[in-house]
Design a protein around this ligand. Structure first.
Ligand SMILES: [Zn+2]
Length: 324
């Protein structure tokens, strides 16, 4: 683990809030994923931002979302070796249906949200073969580079500015994906979720995505070229867990998913009214306990802070070499 000096002077710990799977899907589509604007799940985000003037959010947005169902629906095809890896095993949307540049009202709404970053969450959020949403899994560096370039070109065409980072769908990270991110000038990645491991300064991730990275501190990975952030808190986590992270001078990295009900698959951390109200309570408690000693920030802001203040030491680079 790096001994990163990542907190600004006067700050004891930090909080950031990120939301995955945001795309223009409406309640009349397979998923409401932000497309209903203020009257849908993004309205909960706007409500939290309004009630907590220090809060920042990062929306991880998919450039051309094509997933309709997170589960395999073509079950007979899924049984055929060779074939199953070469076809879509779930129904998908035609390319371009949810492409950001075709939804200017959605883009305008994202841009209107205060203190909100948009960052990348894959190109289509779906792939051929049994791992429906894990679109970067087993892809070569060249394939990942091309997919990210395509995603970025869609953000540009949509005139939607993006923060230089990504949460890869299904948390799947590889060294090839890391190099592809660097080649596309991305500087941070959030590819681990661990809401089970007990909080401790030396605790390492052991749940979804990248394992063996710090549970509560930003960390330099990919031979010094990317900053990694671990999600360590969600709807099912206790207030005590949040306080432990703050007391250990960590980054409380809270995750929500914009889709609560995906074809009957209920997300535990889907952003509904209940989760919104719980977060309201957690944020109020943190504000009351810690006041200005808490840095309400974003992954992009922490990354920029680290990259302007941190002079990489050889030791860091060696330690950071375990990029999964
Ligand atoms: Zn996702």
């Amino acid at each position: 683990m790096t001994a990163l000096n990542w907190l600004p002077p006067g700050k004891k710990a930090a909080v950031c809030f990120t939301i995955d799977d945001v795309h223009p899907g409406k309640s009349s589509d397979a998923y409401e994923a932000g497309g209903d604007l203020a009257s849908g799940a993004l309205g909960h985000v706007a409500w939290l931002l309004d009630r907590h003037p220090q809060l920042q959010t990062t929306l991880f947005v998919t450039a051309d979302w094509r997933e309709i169902n997170p589960a395999i629906t073509r079950r007979s095809l899924a049984k055929l070796p060779f074939i199953r890896d070469r076809v879509f095993l779930s129904d998908i949307l035609p390319a371009g249906t949810m492409r950001l540049d075709r939804h200017p009202g959605f883009v305008a709404y994202l841009k209107s949200l205060p203190r909100t970053d948009v960052a990348l969450h894959g190109l289509y959020h779906v792939r051929k073969g049994p791992h429906i949403a894990t679109e970067f899994l087993d892809r070569s560096r060249a394939e990942c580079t091309a997919m990210l370039a395509e995603a970025i070109s869609i953000f540009r065409k949509a005139d939607l500015p993006y923060a230089p980072g990504m949460c890869p769908p299904s948390w799947a990270f590889s060294s090839d994906l890391g190099e592809a991110m660097v080649a596309n000038d991305l500087t941070f990645v959030a590819s681990a979720r661990d809401i089970r491991t007990a909080i401790a300064p030396d605790a390492m991730t052991a749940m979804s995505g990248l394992r063996g990275v710090s549970l509560i501190y930003p960390e330099i990975i990919q031979q010094g070229k990317l900053i990694h952030f671990t999600t360590n808190f969600q709807a099912t986590s206790s207030l005590d867990r949040a306080i432990e992270i703050v007391e250990m001078n960590g980054l409380l990295a809270i995750k929500a998913h914009i889709i609560k009900n995906g074809c009957g698959h209920i997300a535990l951390d889907g952003l509904d009214e209940l989760y919104r109200n719980y977060l309201d309570l957690v944020f109020s408690e943190l504000e009351q306990r810690y006041g200005n000693s808490l840095w309400w920030t974003s992954m992009a802001e922490i990354t920029a802070h680290i990259n302007t203040t941190h002079q990489p030491q050889t030791e860091d680079l060696e330690l950071a070499a375990h990029d999964a």
